[in-house]
Write a protein that binds this ligand. Sequence first.
Ligand SMILES: Cc1ncc(COP(=O)(O)O)c(C=O)c1O
Length: 218
Amino acid sequence: MGSLDTNPMSSALPNDKAAFEPLNFFAFFPSTNSAAAIAGDLIASAMNTVGFTWQASPAATEMEVLALDWLARLLRLPTTFMNRTSTGRGTGGGVILGTTSEAMLVTLVAARDAALRRTGSVGVSDIPRLTVYAADQTHSTFFKACRLAGFDPANIRSIPTGSETSYGFDPAKLLEVMQADADAGLVTTYVCATVGTTSSNAVDPVGAVADIAAMFNV
Ligand SMILES: Cc1ncc(COP(=O)(O)O)c(C=O)c1O
């Protein structure tokens, strides 16, 4: 009988962490994929700061605002995304949420309420008119979040994609569907674009999708 490996796990797994998280793979996003991120996570867990509100932890809240402005700069987002700009107080700013599902739900609720304000809805009476859009490669959490936010399942559009766009959103198809909805008196409310879907790693053309969304006040 040959000698048994005393640590089969270490011999079975490649040493290179990048083998599990190649740089061009966006389909899921482990936050602790660098030594700095692991150290940050350890410190955050050890401190267990309660950051409900600014009053509960001013330092955590200020740090969150600052770090998200750094992220916006790193991603070269327009200054409208920033809490503070070089000329003073900005119009944007982000919050850190626990999961993508949570982030989708929060943004859907914000878009839902903005659309209801635009229509002059009495309470939530106009909810059945609101429509949302995503490509058919979009993660299932989007469709789940739409249901949680109260959108009518009949108004949740899953736009078909194909190999001709590498399974990314086809802007022409999106335009066609949104236009048909607007013509039918529905209220276009939210478009979800993904950079790296989990099902096929498809990358939606974010710029073109944003341009079309803007045409419909989304
Ligand atoms: C593109 C995409 N959207 C949504 C999700 C769902 O994320 P969460 O489990 O953080 O809610 C994932 C998870 O892998 C994802 O890759």
